[in-house]
Design a binder for this molecule. Structure first.
Ligand code: CAA
Length: 257
């Protein structure tokens, strides 16, 4: 049984992972890494699950990697254990991941939110990469994903000063998909997850894969990849159903085949 997270299935087709180390503001230690990646992989393998929500508490999505755990480590310790490489497993999850962020999303917390596909933020959310204030730099992808999300100017500002950005600034910069009142964050995230889970699962997975390709390749390669995957959707029963339903003016019933 996991000890640092809660895993539930609150609605049909939806998995929910809640970070649950409230006393440490959900600081991400090695146990959290193992438990989150394992839970996400298990939900990803479940053909009934069409979307996964990852959330924290009202005060903190996650206040970063666990500083107390990192403090005694030497270069050779973190190098030999390849610290934080384990989080890459989350980016191999093919089911759409929705981050529901309230309060602090700092350092590894911001990086974890950026590993998700849709980022819903409460009006209380605060984002930042304060690693520089600890004498280190981001280590879970922040210098790369933040720069791709918000551009060099703002990424440099955040990574070099360690300052926090409020939710309006984060949305303006393109980090956040949508701002939601704090009181309805989870409801909104679950509704979004249910909506995605109600789509053709193969089509949703392919859309996620195609959008993510934009981060990995040049434009010509990315567009070719998208076109080939688009062609592939015509091999699914859901494409037949989706387009038939449109022409027959009814709602589609997807079978995820
Ligand atoms: N690691 C370990 N413990 C943490 C933590 C972290 N990242 N963030 C908060 N905590 C702990 C605090 O030590 C404190 O524990 P105690 O009660 O035992 O003292 C508890 O959580 C509550 O924190 P505060 O008392 O500090 O709460 P606050 O409301 O006064 O401040 C905060 C909140 C501004 C988020 C502040 O806690 C803070 O600055 N946290 C650190 C943020 C940070 O630097 N994150 C980056 C970490 S490095 C990283 O993430 C590397 C990477 O790229 C992967």
């Amino acid at each position: 049984m996991p000890e640092t997270i809660l895993v539930t299935r609150p609605a049909p087709g939806v998995g929910l992972i809640t970070l649950n180390r409230p006393k440490a503001l959900n600081a991400l230690n090695q146990q959290v890494l193992a438990e989150v990646t394992e839970a996400a992989a298990e939900l990803d393998r479940d053909r009934e699950i069409g979307a996964i929500v990852l959330t924290g508490s009202a005060k903190a999505f996650a206040a970063g990697a666990d500083i107390k755990e990192m403090q005694p480590q030497s270069f050779s310790d973190v190098y030999a254990a390849d610290w934080f490489a384990g989080w890459d497993a989350l980016t191999r999850v093919r089911t759409p991941l929705i981050a529901a962020v309230a309060g602090y999303a700092l350092g590894g917390g911001c990086e974890l939110a950026m590993m998700c596909d849709v980022l819903l933020a409460a009006d209380t959310a605060k984002f930042g990469q304060p690693e520089i204030t600890l004498g280190v730099i981001p280590g879970m992808g922040g210098s790369q994903r933040l720069t791709r999300a918000v551009g060099k100017a703002k990424a440099m500002d955040l990574c070099l000063t360690g300052r926090m950005m409020d939710v309006e600034e984060a949305e303006r910069a393109g980090l956040v998909s949508r701002i939601v009142p704090a009181g309805s964050l989870l409801d909104e995230a679950l509704a979004t997850a249910e909506k995605i889970a109600g789509m053709s699962t193969p089509a949703a997975m392919m859309a996620k894969e195609a959008v993510n390709r934009a981060f990995e390749t040049g434009l010509t390669e990315g567009i070719l990849f998208e076109r080939r995957v688009f062609h592939g959707t015509f091999a699914t029963a859901d494409q037949k159903e989706g387009m038939a339903a449109f022409t027959e003016k009814r709602k589609p019933t997807f079978t995820n085949c």
